[in-house]
Write a protein that binds this ligand. Structure first.
Ligand code: FES
Length: 189
Protein backbone atom coordinates (compact mmCIF):
# COMPACT_ATOMS: atom_id res chain seq x y z
CA UNK A 1 0.00 0.00 0.00
CA UNK A 2 1.37 3.38 -1.06
CA UNK A 3 0.28 6.55 0.74
CA UNK A 4 1.40 10.09 0.02
CA UNK A 5 3.69 11.90 2.42
CA UNK A 6 0.82 14.28 3.24
CA UNK A 7 -1.56 11.49 4.29
CA UNK A 8 1.13 9.80 6.36
CA UNK A 9 1.83 13.10 8.07
CA UNK A 10 -1.88 13.68 8.77
CA UNK A 11 -2.12 10.20 10.29
CA UNK A 12 0.89 10.87 12.49
CA UNK A 13 -0.70 14.12 13.64
CA UNK A 14 -4.14 12.70 14.33
CA UNK A 15 -3.23 9.57 16.30
CA UNK A 16 -1.60 11.34 19.32
CA UNK A 17 -4.74 13.47 19.76
CA UNK A 18 -6.49 10.43 21.25
CA UNK A 19 -5.71 9.19 24.76
CA UNK A 20 -5.76 5.64 23.44
CA UNK A 21 -4.45 5.25 19.89
CA UNK A 22 -7.02 2.61 18.93
CA UNK A 23 -9.67 5.36 19.28
CA UNK A 24 -8.19 7.07 16.20
CA UNK A 25 -9.17 4.15 13.98
CA UNK A 26 -12.11 5.83 12.21
CA UNK A 27 -10.12 9.00 11.57
CA UNK A 28 -7.26 6.97 10.11
CA UNK A 29 -9.66 4.95 7.94
CA UNK A 30 -11.22 8.15 6.57
CA UNK A 31 -7.85 9.72 5.80
CA UNK A 32 -6.75 6.64 3.89
CA UNK A 33 -10.07 6.17 2.10
CA UNK A 34 -9.93 9.81 0.98
CA UNK A 35 -6.68 9.03 -0.77
CA UNK A 36 -7.15 5.45 -1.99
CA UNK A 37 -10.93 5.37 -2.43
CA UNK A 38 -11.29 2.16 -0.41
CA UNK A 39 -9.80 0.08 2.41
CA UNK A 40 -8.44 -3.25 1.17
CA UNK A 41 -7.42 -6.20 3.38
CA UNK A 42 -3.81 -5.09 3.06
CA UNK A 43 -4.78 -1.62 4.27
CA UNK A 44 -6.73 -3.11 7.20
CA UNK A 45 -3.54 -4.88 8.24
CA UNK A 46 -1.49 -1.71 7.92
CA UNK A 47 -3.95 0.28 10.08
CA UNK A 48 -4.15 -2.51 12.65
CA UNK A 49 -0.39 -2.61 13.02
CA UNK A 50 -0.21 1.17 13.29
CA UNK A 51 -2.81 1.28 16.07
CA UNK A 52 -1.92 -1.94 17.90
CA UNK A 53 -5.23 -3.61 17.17
CA UNK A 54 -6.29 -6.69 15.20
CA UNK A 55 -7.13 -6.41 11.46
CA UNK A 56 -10.62 -7.73 12.25
CA UNK A 57 -11.22 -4.61 14.42
CA UNK A 58 -10.68 -2.50 11.31
CA UNK A 59 -12.56 -4.83 8.99
CA UNK A 60 -15.67 -4.84 11.19
CA UNK A 61 -15.88 -1.04 10.90
CA UNK A 62 -15.45 -1.13 7.12
CA UNK A 63 -18.24 -3.64 6.74
CA UNK A 64 -20.53 -1.91 9.27
CA UNK A 65 -20.55 1.71 8.05
CA UNK A 66 -22.03 2.20 4.58
CA UNK A 67 -19.77 5.15 3.78
CA UNK A 68 -16.68 2.96 4.17
CA UNK A 69 -15.62 0.87 1.18
CA UNK A 70 -13.66 -2.30 0.53
CA UNK A 71 -13.49 -1.51 -3.20
CA UNK A 72 -13.44 1.97 -4.77
CA UNK A 73 -16.42 3.67 -6.43
CA UNK A 74 -16.17 4.83 -10.06
CA UNK A 75 -14.12 7.78 -11.28
CA UNK A 76 -17.31 9.86 -11.03
CA UNK A 77 -19.56 8.86 -8.17
CA UNK A 78 -23.23 9.82 -8.23
CA UNK A 79 -25.34 9.72 -5.07
CA UNK A 80 -29.13 9.91 -5.07
CA UNK A 81 -31.14 10.43 -1.88
CA UNK A 82 -33.79 7.80 -1.23
CA UNK A 83 -35.09 9.03 2.14
CA UNK A 84 -38.81 9.86 2.43
CA UNK A 85 -38.88 13.61 1.55
CA UNK A 86 -36.84 13.00 -1.63
CA UNK A 87 -38.65 9.72 -2.35
CA UNK A 88 -42.02 11.53 -2.22
CA UNK A 89 -40.71 13.99 -4.78
CA UNK A 90 -39.63 11.26 -7.16
CA UNK A 91 -36.08 10.21 -6.30
CA UNK A 92 -36.76 6.56 -7.26
CA UNK A 93 -37.51 7.68 -10.83
CA UNK A 94 -34.48 10.00 -10.71
CA UNK A 95 -32.24 7.10 -9.77
CA UNK A 96 -33.68 4.84 -12.47
CA UNK A 97 -33.14 7.53 -15.11
CA UNK A 98 -29.52 7.99 -14.04
CA UNK A 99 -28.97 4.23 -14.06
CA UNK A 100 -30.28 4.01 -17.61
CA UNK A 101 -28.32 7.00 -18.91
CA UNK A 102 -25.02 6.20 -17.19
CA UNK A 103 -25.28 2.48 -17.87
CA UNK A 104 -24.78 1.26 -14.33
CA UNK A 105 -27.08 -0.09 -11.60
CA UNK A 106 -27.14 1.60 -8.22
CA UNK A 107 -24.69 0.04 -5.78
CA UNK A 108 -22.34 -0.84 -8.66
CA UNK A 109 -19.45 0.54 -10.67
CA UNK A 110 -19.70 0.61 -14.48
CA UNK A 111 -17.45 -1.96 -16.14
CA UNK A 112 -15.03 0.67 -17.44
CA UNK A 113 -14.78 2.19 -13.93
CA UNK A 114 -16.05 5.59 -15.12
CA UNK A 115 -19.32 5.86 -13.17
CA UNK A 116 -20.94 4.48 -10.05
CA UNK A 117 -24.30 5.21 -8.47
CA UNK A 118 -25.31 4.98 -4.85
CA UNK A 119 -28.98 5.20 -3.85
CA UNK A 120 -28.61 6.20 -0.26
CA UNK A 121 -30.07 7.81 2.83
CA UNK A 122 -30.46 11.55 3.43
CA UNK A 123 -27.97 13.90 1.80
CA UNK A 124 -28.93 16.67 4.23
CA UNK A 125 -30.79 18.98 1.84
CA UNK A 126 -34.28 17.64 2.46
CA UNK A 127 -36.29 20.72 1.41
CA UNK A 128 -34.95 20.68 -2.16
CA UNK A 129 -35.37 17.08 -3.24
CA UNK A 130 -34.85 15.00 -5.13
CA UNK A 131 -31.22 15.62 -4.26
CA UNK A 132 -28.37 14.25 -6.37
CA UNK A 133 -24.66 14.58 -5.63
CA UNK A 134 -22.03 14.23 -8.35
CA UNK A 135 -18.80 13.67 -6.45
CA UNK A 136 -18.84 16.56 -3.95
CA UNK A 137 -21.32 18.82 -5.81
CA UNK A 138 -24.97 18.87 -4.74
CA UNK A 139 -27.79 19.34 -7.26
CA UNK A 140 -31.30 20.13 -6.03
CA UNK A 141 -34.80 19.41 -7.39
CA UNK A 142 -33.56 16.77 -9.81
CA UNK A 143 -36.71 15.00 -10.92
CA UNK A 144 -36.71 12.32 -13.60
CA UNK A 145 -36.68 14.80 -16.48
CA UNK A 146 -33.90 16.91 -14.98
CA UNK A 147 -31.95 13.74 -14.21
CA UNK A 148 -31.92 12.90 -17.92
CA UNK A 149 -30.54 16.32 -18.82
CA UNK A 150 -28.01 16.26 -15.99
CA UNK A 151 -26.76 12.82 -17.07
CA UNK A 152 -26.41 13.96 -20.70
CA UNK A 153 -24.26 16.92 -19.62
CA UNK A 154 -22.23 14.69 -17.33
CA UNK A 155 -21.58 12.21 -20.14
CA UNK A 156 -20.47 15.05 -22.43
CA UNK A 157 -18.15 16.41 -19.72
CA UNK A 158 -20.14 19.67 -19.66
CA UNK A 159 -21.88 19.50 -16.29
CA UNK A 160 -19.30 21.62 -14.49
CA UNK A 161 -19.72 24.53 -16.91
CA UNK A 162 -23.46 24.26 -17.27
CA UNK A 163 -25.55 27.38 -16.63
CA UNK A 164 -28.66 25.23 -16.21
CA UNK A 165 -27.29 23.05 -13.43
CA UNK A 166 -25.47 25.07 -10.80
CA UNK A 167 -24.57 23.03 -7.74
CA UNK A 168 -25.50 24.23 -4.26
CA UNK A 169 -21.79 24.67 -3.47
CA UNK A 170 -21.07 26.75 -6.61
CA UNK A 171 -24.22 28.85 -6.00
CA UNK A 172 -23.08 29.56 -2.48
CA UNK A 173 -19.64 30.56 -3.67
CA UNK A 174 -20.91 32.99 -6.30
CA UNK A 175 -23.36 34.50 -3.76
CA UNK A 176 -20.46 35.11 -1.38
CA UNK A 177 -18.36 36.69 -4.13
CA UNK A 178 -21.26 38.97 -5.19
CA UNK A 179 -21.85 40.07 -1.57
CA UNK A 180 -18.13 40.76 -1.09
CA UNK A 181 -18.05 42.85 -4.29
CA UNK A 182 -21.12 44.83 -3.21
CA UNK A 183 -19.74 45.59 0.23
CA UNK A 184 -16.34 46.60 -1.17
CA UNK A 185 -17.97 48.99 -3.67
CA UNK A 186 -20.11 50.46 -0.84
CA UNK A 187 -16.98 50.97 1.25
CA UNK A 188 -15.32 52.86 -1.61
CA UNK A 189 -18.27 55.30 -1.95
S1 FES B 1 -34.44 13.46 2.46
FE1 FES B 1 -33.30 13.77 0.67
S2 FES B 1 -31.75 15.09 1.33
FE2 FES B 1 -32.79 14.60 3.16
Amino acid sequence: MELTKETLQEIDEVVPRYPDKRSAVLMVIHLIQDELGAISDETCEWIAEKLDIEPINVKELITFYPMLRETPWGKTHVRVCRTLPCALRGSYATCQKLEKKLGVKEGHVREDGEYSIEFMECLADCGEGPVVMVDEETYENIDEKEAGKLADLLLMGKLDDSAEFVSYEKGLLSETVTKAKKSSSKAKK
